[in-house]
Design a protein around this ligand. Structure first.
Ligand SMILES: Cc1ncc(C[n+]2csc(CCOP(=O)(O)OP(=O)(O)O)c2C)c(N)n1
Length: 548
């Protein structure tokens, strides 16, 4: 067996049976192996950032790695921004980067570059395979490394791929997550004993009132916890699963502690029947208000809060002065199990507070942030996957969708825009029985819009709402917030997408995805319902004015 055949067969044996790719000459034997190992599904992307983002979306939905096949250093470099987002999401990804044949390196041919150096910027594990006989075992090491929530990059020289003498390797046993730490749980339980706010629910009343009646349902606003407790639980990563949110909600209901989620979750369950927890705001001014009064911050799968950017004269650390920070469970630990263990101690008879379903009215009139969110909520099917890269136009989505039919929401973990359409593509391949809604701002869309072609080719059930505000709106806000001054005409041109305004309806149809343009909320709602009802991808270009 040649190296490429053993590699692909071993990946499939380890459950890695989807490979997003944009191959070149050095990867031809891998490509050819797709016919000898038909269990591997190859998915072609027309730009590497689409392939890497799709692998991220796939991992977020399955918890398992996809492979991504890239062409030498330049192919990897094109995929780095979305590998960066995947790293921040702690997504397992196996990146296989073809390299020149070992004997060809000395010629310094045009595509020669330092692949490992590029890979190290995003990878927790990097290895260049040196021998065909090792390739399958190296691949299994890569899969095991990726399973720890990181990017594992295997550089595969072309001759290692094409030489005979390889054999498939068995998968390595999966490692269990680190168990809950007793000292951390006990410390959190101690802090939570001080959580009762002077005006909020007391531990006994919450426990006794909820105990007999099962989970109670409430509106999103009240379950977000507006009490004045000095103790706050900041949730991130696995704490945002249904299990994690249930346990956290029980803890909050029993003790009075406040709950908040990290700003940009990799994946969070949301909607009716799920505890509604507000997210830490992106704007530091709002984040300050949310965190004010916190004396003890307990982290569950989240990192201590910091400002997204530095601003002149502002502190980047968002932890209020004098507030203690303790870790209940970090991302490498069993966050859900730890929260459940803690809930068992401090909230043994308390049920979670679940968001109740609210059927919103049918919005009408011009599209605004409010009517956009209402149209999405009014039409959202049960069990959808919502990929949110709506940016400024989407700021009301979290609140509005907290009472919509339950769904999973994926967000921009690493701040590198252009993640949404690729992640939606990978999520649709990971969960073919779930509708995918991709909410995409125009500026971000244009980094990786080729994802539409892959959605068309694979006939994925992705509905894209492309919000065309003809602006890098957020940067107009940031110009003021960084004290860079008011934009003059030359600066304003750098933040404006008009002249010409891209025509996304044409771009989409050109890439094989049927498209419609809407300017009102009622038309958006109707177009969304039509798109969900019909299989395959659709794009709705929503024209709306920038909110800033
Ligand atoms: C890879 C990358 N390049 C550039 C930026 C800087 N950036 C942040 S937001 C933004 C514009 C966003 O515009 P759009 O997606 O249309 O959303 P809007 O602000 O209009 O809501 C840019 C260029 C970034 N975050 N990531």
């Amino acid at each position: 067996m040649i190296g490429a055949g053993a590699l692909v067969a071993s990946l499939v044996g380890a459950g890695v049976d989807v490979c997003f790719m944009n191959p070149g000459t050095s990867e031809m034997h891998f490509v050819s192996a797709l016919d000898s190992v038909p269990e591997m599904r190859g998915v072609l992307a027309l730009f590497e950032g689409v392939a890497t983002g799709a692998a991220d979306g796939y991992a977020r939905m399955t918890g398992r790695p996809a492979a991504v096949l890239l062409h030498l250093g330049p192919g990897l470099a094109n995929g780095l921004a979305n590998l960066h987002n995947a790293r921040r999401a702690r997504s397992p990804v196996v990146a296989i980067v073809g390299g020149h044949a070992t004997g060809h390196v000395r010629h310094d041919a045009p595509l020669q570059s330092d692949i490992e150096a590029l890979a190290r910027t995003v990878s927790g594990w990097v290895h260049t395979c040196g021998d065909t006989r090792d390739v399958a075992r190296d691949a299994m090491r890569a899969v095991a490394a990726a399973a720890r929530g990181q990017i594992a990059t295997l550089v595969l020289p072309a001759d290692v791929s094409w030489t005979d003498g390889a054999a498939p390797a068995p998968p390595r046993p999966a490692a269990a997550p680190e168990a809950a730490d007793e000292a951390q749980i006990a410390a959190a339980a101690d802090l939570l004993a001080r959580a009762a706010p002077s005006t909020g629910p007391s531990a006994t009343s919450a426990a006794s009132s909820a105990g007999a009646s099962g989970p109670s349902a409430t509106s999103a606003a009240s379950s977000a916890g507006a009490s004045g407790s000095p103790v706050m639980l900041l949730l991130g990563g696995a704490a945002l699963s249904e299990r994690g949110l249930w346990a956290a909600s029980r803890i909050a209901a029993a003790t009075g502690a406040r709950l908040l989620t990290e700003t940009f979750p990799a994946r969070m369950e949301r909607g009716a029947g799920i505890p509604a927890v507000a997210g830490l705001a992106y704007l530091v001014e709002l984040a300050d208000t949310q965190l004010a009064g916190t004396e003890h911050l307990i982290l569950a799968g989240a990192r201590a809060p910091v400002a997204f950017f530095a601003y002149p004269g502002r502190e980047g650390d968002l932890v209020p002065a004098g507030c203690t920070v303790s870790v209940l469970a970090d991302a490498a630990q069993d966050v859900e199990g730890t929260l459940e263990e803690l809930a068992g101690r401090v909230a043994p008879r308390t049920e979670p507070v679940l968001a109740e379903a609210v059927t919103p009215g049918e919005p009408a009139g011009p599209l605004t942030a409010a009517s956009l969110a209402a149209a999405v909520a009014a039409s959202l099917p049960e069990n959808a996957i919502v990929v949110d890269e709506a940016n400024t136009s989407g700021y009301l989505l979290p609140r509005t969708l907290a009472t919509a039919p339950r769904h999973s929401v994926l967000t921009l973990t690493g701040g590198a825009i252009g993640y949404g359409m690729p992640v939606a593509t990978g999520a649709a391949i990971a969960a073919p029985d779930r509708p995918v809604l991709s909410l995409e701002a125009d500026g971000s869309a244009l980094y990786t819009i080729q994802a539409l072609w892959t959605q068309a080719r694979e006939q994925l059930d992705v509905t894209t709402v492309l919000i065309n505000n003809a602006s890098y709106a957020i940067l107009n806000l940031e110009l003021a917030r960084t004290n860079a001054g008011k934009a003059g005409p030359r600066a304003a041109r750098m933040l404006d997408l008009s002249g010409p305004t891209p025509d996304f309806t044409q771009i989409s149809t050109g890439l094989g995805v049927p498209a419609a343009r809407v300017v009102t909320a009622e038309d958006l709602t109707a177009a969304l319902r039509r798109a969900y009802a019909e299989p395959g991808p659709h794009l709705i270009e929503a024209i709306m004015a920038p909110i800033v």
